[in-house]
Design a protein around this ligand. Structure first.
Ligand code: HEC
Length: 127
């Protein structure tokens, strides 16, 4: 009897794991898709700040592909920038608010931007 219960639990655990994995994959590709449609024109397809629109932008968008540039910026800051836009956080109005995408898509975008730099948030240390 306890064996049956063990099997049932094992099946449940594996099943939940698979669902979580799929949700992750969907979030990742959704971020990539939205980025390609809405952001690449300025930020560049690979986050190099070399999209067709970037030449005329002042300030030029940051290089999302650079870990040195992106690791001091927290996920929350990236999220706020996308949600509120440049005006909302005291930066360039050229970066519009993408609030209408909703928080889930904005989170997927943050994850996608982290993929470009292959970095995590590392607060600056020391004086
Ligand atoms: C019209 C051009 C344009 C488009 C389209 C655009 N951005 Fe930006 N973005 C900018 C500019 C310019 C800045 C720099 C603002 C500043 O530093 O004052 C910026 C800054 C940012 C930053 C802040 C990085 C930092 O300096 O802290 C993030 C994150 C960002 N954009 C994400 C996105 C995402 C995600 C999209 C698509 C949903 C997007 N942007 C679409 C022009 C654009």
């Amino acid at each position: 009897m306890s064996n049956v219960r063990g099997v049932v639990i094992a099946v449940l655990v594996v099943g939940l794991g698979l669902i979580a994995l799929r949700a992750d994959a969907i979030a990742g590709s959704e971020g990539a898709q939205v980025y390609g449609e809405l952001c690449a024109v300025c930020h560049g397809a690979t986050g190099n700040a070399d999209g067709p629109g970037s030449a005329v932008l002042k300030p030029t968008p940051r290089k999302f592909s650079s870990a040195a540039i992106m690791s001091p910026i927290s996920d929350q800051q990236i999220f706020d920038m996308i949600k509120k836009g440049g005006l909302g956080v005291g930066k360039s109005p050229m970066m519009q608010s993408f609030d209408y995408l909703g928080d889930a898509k904005i989170k997927a975008l943050v994850a996608h931007i982290r993929d470009f730099c292959q970095c995590q948030y590392e607060p600056a240390t020391g004086p």
